[in-house]
Write a protein that binds this ligand. Structure first.
Ligand SMILES: [Zn+2]
Length: 74
């Protein structure tokens, strides 16, 4: 495939003839999809972590019997 002289994907170095804008530049659709999946997974993990923190904060403020039992059980 040495006949291809156009721009190449900056991620996988494959042919990418279309400029995808200032954010992606020359990135092929497959790599953009990969990046977006990775970003979505990161956001998902961040959401889960935030939810966990909120939940522990909630339990910390709320003197529920279950928490007191666990705290005094050791
Ligand atoms: Zn690519």
């Amino acid at each position: 495939m040495s006949t291809y002289r156009g721009p190449r994907c900056r991620s996988c170095n494959g042919p990418c003839w279309q400029w995808k804008g200032s954010v992606w530049g020359y990135t092929c659709a497959a790599c953009i999809a990969k990046h977006q999946h990775a970003a979505a997974a990161r956001a998902d993990a961040r959401d889960r972590k935030a939810r966990k923190q909120n939940a522990s904060k909630l339990f910390g403020n709320n003197d529920s019997p279950a928490v007191s039992k666990v705290a005094s059980g050791r």
